[in-house]
Ligand binder design. Structure first.
Ligand code: ADP
Ligand code: MG
Length: 235
């Protein structure tokens, strides 16, 4: 039987220096599911999702106890390349300005695969496909700074998709958007889900959490709810 759980954490504690930001987190994320992560500001949501793709490694003085398994392999094992982990589990941040690096949309989308030394013809194909997915192919030769915040966020997503991730994490990626932009980004998540990509997202908006297959809630670094949106709202 195929194991449908793509990411598992086992007894994870996470520390910034001496401060414990996550306590005894053991959970599974199923393949091809959309999971929402909720909880008050400062409860550890970003820390938890950044633990899953080793983004937390980029911060000095952090320390992980326990295991994080991706496709059955501990991503914190010494022989694992964190850059490859971050390629396979991509991330879209709250502010697209933090993610957009180039002066033209097309160049921005090509940036990730170029750094992976992907052959040029394949880069072109990936850029085309990623921009089509986020419905920005018609604007590919424009500068990203002229776009709306929602469009910028879709360009940021295209850059992640060009790396061909198996999982995409959105860390409050709708927080800075107007209602229209938020709906667009939520629609993109749904589309990724339909294409077989595992989606994890952090949100403050209950109506967004309601659209997930599963909701996980944290409080002060502890897992306090894990179930369907329906069960959450009944609670
Ligand atoms: P959330 O995303 O739920 O708002 P975070 O994961 O960002 O919460 O933060 C969880 C806790 O870890 C908070 O108490 C926060 O102050 C602390 N924290 C976050 N980032 C750092 C850091 N780089 N250094 C030290 N403490 C941090
Ligand atoms: Mg956060």
């Amino acid at each position: 039987m195929e194991d449908n759980r793509v990411i598992k954490t086992k007894d994870v504690n996470f520390f910034y220096g001496k401060f414990r930001a996550l306590t005894d987190i053991s959970m599974d994320f199923e393949k091809r599911r959309v999971t929402a992560l909720i909880g008050p500001s400062g409860c550890g949501k970003s820390t938890l999702l950044r633990l899953l793709n080793r983004m937390n490694d980029l911060i000095d003085g952090t320390h992980v106890e326990g295991e994080v398994l991706f496709e059955g392999k501990n991503i914190y094992a010494p022989d694992v390349d964190p850059v490859e982990v971050r390629r396979r589990i991509g991330m879209v941040f709250q502010n697209p300005e933090d993610q957009i690096v180039a002066t033209l949309i097309e160049e921005d989308t090509a940036f990730g695969p170029e750094n992976l030394a992907v052959p040029l013809a394949e880069i072109r194909a990936r850029v085309q496909s990623a921009l089509e997915t986020v419905k920005m192919e018609g604007k590919k030769d424009r500068p990203p700074h002229l776009l709306s915040a929602g469009q910028k966020q879709r360009v940021a997503l295209a850059g992640v998709l060009a790396m061909q991730p198996e999982c995409v994490i959105f860390d409050e990626s709708t927080a800075m958007l107007d209602p229209r932009g938020r709906l667009d980004v939520m629609a993109e998540m749904q589309q990724l889900h339909e294409r077989g990509i595992t989606v994890l997202f952090i949100t403050h908006f209950m109506e967004e959490a309601a659209r997930a297959n599963r909701v996980v809630a944290l409080n002060q670094g502890n897992l306090v709810f894990d179930g369907t949106p329906k069960a959450l709202f009944a609670d």
